[in-house]
Design a binder for this molecule. Structure first.
Ligand code: SF4
Length: 404
């Protein structure tokens, strides 16, 4: 598995440090937030890298779901790379662009050939749907892929004068007629499907580089401001960040003056305002919990809190010993195998061979989402249960009344 370096201004943290320049100062020296989900994501990436490079090494997967998701990603990348050059886990360094401090990252897959550049990012997470358009992390990867191409092409060349960042970019951009970024996120439902693409123009790349360098410079200011938002989710400074604390106090002060009132009694505008701010607070509370667990695991007391074991489940010590011991039919010991999901059966019979009439898309209900979410809003409410009344009926105004 590739070992990743972590830069303060690394690509995977772009959203955080471009929105919150003060976070770089606050996070200095702190380890990255590590969760079971992050570890699971690393295993899925290792498996994908293994399959794409066909290195023959084996990587443990977490079962069918991981294999299904990784297969989807690998098939997508292989189809895109047919007859072209594929590089996986491409580490790049933006030093030819003379950034104010070290900037680098690792792109999951970079495909070149036919004067076209494709950068593919695999997202194993299911909790947060990631959009491809204007995705800062992916734009960073495009810049990285272009810069690494320039470096490779000019390796061993001696320049009489230092090459300017704009000359590097202009040369690299001239190598392509088309540039595309892709996200493959098999486990998070999205109206555009598990794989989404966005075509990036050379002008947008140049504009992004200027923005990136400006924001990178802003992080060096000793008074760089803190700005809380959705990007706080994976910030290691959450548990003690003064801006998140200020946010919490603001919610408490402005949205309800004393104890939290019953949800039914609040004006809907207040409900909406609290929900918007609460997403930041939820991340903060999760970080507080993780911090308390880490303290207790290290043997340090946390007043009023303790670690307890999760409810134990009985497990077989040795399944072979059980089979030997049981005198009845062995089938008594096995539960029925669950039916595989449509996605899993698709892996068996092939994507094109699964008859669409055999399955349906069934949602388990509604989920609350912020207005900027790209999924279409569902129309529900009493007006959906009744047909529109004709104009001029007792309950509906006539055309004249409407005009009046
Ligand atoms: S928790 Fe949020 S506001 Fe605080 S430093 Fe991190 S990103 Fe910035």
């Amino acid at each position: 598995m590739t070992v990743h370096r972590h830069a303060e201004l690394g690509a995977s943290k772009t959203e955080r440090w471009t929105h919150c320049p003060g976070s770089v100062r606050l996070c200095r020296g702190l380890p990255d937030v590590d969760t079971p989900y992050a570890a699971e994501g690393r295993r899925a990436h290792a498996l994908a890298e293994n399959w794409l490079t066909d290195s023959g090494r084996t990587v443990t997967s977490d079962g069918d779901e991981m294999i299904t998701a990784v297969t989807q990603y690998v098939e997508y990348v292989r189809a895109l790379a047919k007859g072209r050059r594929l590089r996986v886990e491409v580490t790049f360094d933006l030093s030819p662009l003379q950034p104010p401090q070290e900037m680098f990252g690792t792109a999951d897959a970079v495909i070149t050939g036919g004067r076209r550049l494709d950068v593919v990012d695999f997202k194993y997470g299911a909790g947060v749907v990631v959009e491809v358009e204007e995705n800062a992390q992916l734009l960073y990867y495009v810049v990285g892929a272009l810069v690494s191409l320039w470096e490779k092409h000019h390796a061993g060349t001696t320049f009489s004068d230092p090459v300017s960042p704009s000359a590097v970019m202009v040369w690299a951009l001239s190598q392509f007629d088309e540039m595309w970024v892709h996200i493959v996120q098999p486990r998070a439902p999205h109206p555009d499907g598990p794989a989404r693409s966005w075509r990036v123009t050379p002008d947008r790349v140049l504009e992004f580089v200027a923005h990136l360098m400006l924001k990178a410079g802003a992080t060096l200011d000793p008074d760089a401001p803190l700005h809380a938002g959705t990007w706080c989710k994976f910030c290691p400074a959450q548990a003690f960040c003064p801006e998140v604390k200020r946010f919490a106090i603001e919610v408490a002060r402005t949205d309800f003056s004393v104890d939290p009132p019953a949800a039914e009694t609040l004006p809907i505008e207040v409900v909406a305002s609290v929900l918007t701010k609460a997403s930041v607070l939820q991340h903060w509370l999760t970080a507080l919990e993780a911090r308390a667990v880490a303290e207790l695991e290290a043997g340090r007391p946390v007043p009023g809190w303790k670690l307890v074991t999760k409810r134990p489940k009985r497990v077989w010590n040795d399944p072979a010993a059980l089979l030997e011991w049981y005198r009845g039919p062995k089938s008594d010991l096995y539960a029925d195998a669950p039916l595989k999901s449509p996605a899993q059966v698709e892996q068996v019979v092939g994507k094109k061979n699964l008859l669409p009439e055999l399955y349906s898309y069934v949602s388990s209900g509604f989920a609350l989402a912020p207005e900027h979410d790209r999924r279409p809003a569902v129309s529900v409410g009493p007006q959906q249960d009744f047909p529109a009344l004709p104009p001029g009926t007792a309950a509906g105004p006539s055309a004249e009344e409407q005009d009046a």
